[in-house]
Design a protein around this ligand. Sequence first.
Ligand SMILES: NC(=O)c1ccc[n+]([C@@H]2O[C@H](COP(=O)([O-])OP(=O)(O)OC[C@H]3O[C@@H](n4cnc5c(N)ncnc54)[C@H](OP(=O)(O)O)[C@@H]3O)[C@@H](O)[C@H]2O)c1
Length: 314
Amino acid sequence: MSRFNSLDRREFLTGSAALATAASLPLSTLAQETMLAREIPGTGETLPVIGLGAPEIFIDMPPEGKELPMSVLQAMVDQGGRLFDSPSFFRPDPPIIGPIVQEMGLRDELFMTGKITVNDKDAGVEHLERLVSNLGAGTPERPMDLLLIHNMRNVPEHWETLRAWKDAGRTRYIGVSLTRNADYVDFERFMRSERPDFIMTGYSIHHPLAEETCLPLAADLGIGVLIVEAFKATDDGGIFSVVSGKELPEWAPDYDIESWAQFSLKFILSNPAVNGIVTETRQVRHVIDNMRAGYGRIPDQAGREKMREYLLTI
Ligand SMILES: NC(=O)c1ccc[n+]([C@@H]2O[C@H](COP(=O)([O-])OP(=O)(O)OC[C@H]3O[C@@H](n4cnc5c(N)ncnc54)[C@H](OP(=O)(O)O)[C@@H]3O)[C@@H](O)[C@H]2O)c1
């Protein structure tokens, strides 16, 4: 049990947004079993399907103080999540999340991912060292769980670095991410030739390209898949503005869907190639909403098509 968990959690949450939100939830929401977890291909290790990315409040101290990022992170853990995509950028100071994770004693409970977000090889190594130093990880005793090359930058040199880090036991898994993509040609070529442990890419009902390209390939090759941009709809906005004022379909309860966020997330989870989804929010109630998508019934192929048709025609 982590040091943070051994504290009186109620005491910590008193006055926090987490407690206010939890108190307003129906009992059924709190009386949960465990979140759906999927196996990382070829390993036997399972990962709860909904995780958390890195909003601004994990990078710079918010005006509300560190209780807000702590509450957001704790809400994910309390709801059964473990996947945490750490902030990619230093500007110029290290993100505040590293000390917070360590203070909360959550390092060993989280499945932590990080990325190289610079181009030059040496700068990439320096970036990784700063990242793992911030998070208190990256040693054989306490390795990172997953390190990625952000958006396929300088793949030839950075892949060499990541392979060396994996060989040295500094990270358990390595891979690449790609989101601002016109196509997946280079990405798929890389997947075939290098067989990364994981890919991370964008996928949503409005942006389905991945499901026709890299997702089936990942399933064929036994590569883990993490999804971001789950709520992306138009080029400059998310699903929430598209569905504003619109009702969920009457059949939403058939899949235990209680919100448009869960509609989006369960659509993605209905694709069996997907291991996990990273969502970003600075609101505890949204963390809880998103985590709930990892519980209850998941649509099958027919359900997925019904969801797509409904959302694209309302
Ligand atoms: N190339 C890459 O490697 C790459 C690219 C993009 C993202 N990422 C990773 O993915 C993470 C997620 O980023 P994203 O771009 O995919 O964002 P996202 O999770 O698709 O969307 C975030 C937005 O949705 C809102 N939101 C979240 N949950 C909600 C809910 N339940 N109800 C209503 N609104 C909700 C948030 O607002 P509130 O704060 O108000 O909730 C925020 O404005 C990032 O933090 C990063 O870790 C990686």
